[in-house]
Design a protein around this ligand. Sequence first.
Ligand code: ADP
Length: 512
Amino acid sequence: AFMNILFCTSEVYPLIKTGGLADVSSSLPKALLQLEHDVRLVLPAYPAALRQAGELTELAQLKLAGTKKPVRILLGQLPDTEVPLYLVDAPDFFNRPGSPYTQADGKDWPDNAERFALFAHACVALALGQADGNWRPQLIHCNDWQTGLVPALLSLEPNRPATLFTIHNLAYQGLFPAKTFSALDLPDELWSLESLEFYNMLSFIKGGIAHADWITTVSPGYAREIIDETHGYGLAGLLRHRSSELSGIINGVDNDIWGPTSDPLITRRYDVHTLQNKLFNKFTLQRDLGLSVASQPLLLSYIGRVVEQKGIDLILDIMDELFKHPVQLVVLGSGDPEIEAQLRSAEQRYPRQLSVHIGYDEQLAHNIEAGADALLMPSRYEPCGLNQMYSQLYGTIPIAHRTGGLADTVVDFNQESLAAHQATGFLFDGDSPEALLATCLGALSLYRNDRVDWWKLVIAGMKQDFSWTQSARQYVELYARLVNSRQGDEPEGQVANIAFTQEDEQSRHLLH
Ligand code: ADP
């Protein structure tokens, strides 16, 4: 049966994006829509969202905890899709330019707890049919700490829909001082170790982990890792406790946006039969970046946040050795100001071999995928990772740490995997600069001495199917199970998806 699904997220491509969550928040709903489910997004009404979400209809003005002013619920559409998009319009909280989480100086907004608590209250109102009289979801799919309060608040509602909480990165937990709990005026019963309390702090992510009907992570590998103390960030115990309701579903790639045969942002499009165009893209990229233009050096790349998680410091550590060889490197990213400064100064030392772009640049990201020979992803941990999948589709060979989603999506090069035409990249163990260096030099040697084998990796990667088809089906199966068992729980004669139940009538006082 087709289901009504509400997808709650704090960022979505192309409206507002800081990382992989935004990509998933557009591409998964698109795939679910194709499977004919009625999936809708809800997002805070950031200025960028209000500008780009098409014609907006006001559905309700809600009185919500945390603000005296009415909160408008608007209905628009995710650009270039048929996916309906609810916007939670509370200008005091969300009418701020730039990043959804941080101010111009890179520091978190001091009222992030208030902002995402308000967002959660709005999601709950939608979940209970109080914000859109014409539509009621059977399942709420929440993502990361910004939506963690939604399953917690819904757990107090007898006629709630089913809830799923997806962890895209366990290290970001939404932790606030205990006094914020009182300031937010949350129900007292949520202050306990089984709920939002985390070592006398308020933890938003615990609301999702403790209260959702089911928890997923964005790769099976990461789901196994986070029940272990080293990757559990203090939550391994709770996650182990819930391990019978925890699973991993790998993210897919949006083939409308990423793919060398149709990408409008790259210089020359190509497929496995026209790889000379990829070489042309390499030359163009080298020229544009001020690197020596030649096929012979191995052009390595890095795209992503420049933070310790991603192992960018390991790349800095090996540069002096690496650049003794015919190797070039392009880095695109932003994040930790100190690492950014180190990258800039390294660029001064190696002007013909290293090109550094601090900032966010969609077009350059695509051109790097299309022009580079290999992509470095030495992440210390990686819940899923998208660029290693994009790069394979573009024939750009990933060199990655054997962890989380990277280990799930890259097939390490060795004689057997090569003979079976399965090898797609290079994986290394441990997070030492030595291991990364050795693997880069191994890749260089293959590139220079066994070009035919190198092409086998390129082609095996380009033939991978990373589309959402399979993963979206896995989500649908899970949704259906959760919706069915939720309906089984419900008192006789009640069906979760009927709008205008008695509760709706009683809760009309919420509407202005
Ligand atoms: P994370 O979500 O941890 O940041 P992912 O690999 O899951 O990492 O997703 C990162 C996404 O953000 C990818 O789509 C990547 O191309 C994009 N991205 C990251 N940094 C930049 C940047 N500086 N410019 C353009 N795109 C970027």
